[in-house]
Write a protein that binds this ligand. Structure first.
Ligand code: FMN
Length: 187
């Protein structure tokens, strides 16, 4: 398990291979075994494997995300989003499968539940030799009413954690991590 935790990478280059239905189902099985506050299991999933739809989503999300990022930058957050403005840039990095973890607003912990499910899914993908990456930059777009209806996300659900999955095209180097910052250790 520890090896899998260290081996998981955000993969941003994928081969053309389409992930099989049974594989996606195994990943969802891993996701629903995450811890869940008051055993609510608030999650539900939308799987997108239609490349044309993925392109439309990417094209729609890029300007919205850049607009939001510029707004945050004007408030002092500094990060370059220049590549998001390029017409050829694919927000989904060429992956052919997008799994959107959605939830009904049942409790204050639905986001926590969904992100824990997301990590389970990504670790399982890694164990199966697949790459994955959270695509936070598409969340706002996924929650636009018309987009939800196109994707089959019912009104009462919100899209929380979008994750791409696919066969990695190449090795991804591990980005550095800071040492754990221990604020206090009282004993
Ligand atoms: C909430 C969240 C949103 C993210 N959104 C994006 C994204 O929109 N696009 C992307 O390429 N990576 C995204 N990532 C991946 C991070 O950039 C990545 O996890 C980080 O650089 C560390 O790399 P690692 O996952 O390989 O350890 C996101 C990660 C998280 C947790």
């Amino acid at each position: 398990m520890f090896e899998a935790i260290l081996a998981r990478r955000s993969v941003r280059a994928y081969a053309q291979d389409k992930i099989k239905r049974a594989t996606v189902q195994t990943l969802l099985e891993a996701a629903v075994h995450a811890p869940t506050a008051i055993h609510e299991e608030p999650w539900a999933f939308v799987v997108v494997q239609d490349r044309q739809l993925l392109k439309q989503l990417s094209d729609r999300a890029k300007p919205l995300f850049v607009g939001e990022a510029l707004h945050r930058n004007s408030q002092g957050v500094r990060h370059s989003f220049e590549h998001f403005t390029k017409p050829d840039f694919d927000l989904f990095h060429g992956a052919g499968t997008l799994i959107i973890i959605c939830a009904k607003p049942l409790s204050q912990f639905i986001a926590a539940d969904c992100w824990l499910a997301a990590e389970n899914l990504m670790l399982a993908a890694c164990d199966m030799g697949l790459g994955s990456c959270v695509i936070g930059s598409v969340v706002s777009t996924l929650n636009i009413c018309t987009v939800k209806s196109e994707l089959g996300i019912p009104d009462e659900y919100s899209a929380i954690a979008p994750i791409i999955v696919g066969v990695p095209k190449e090795e991804t180097a591990a980005p550095p991590r800071k040492e754990p910052l221990i604020l206090a250790w009282k004993q």
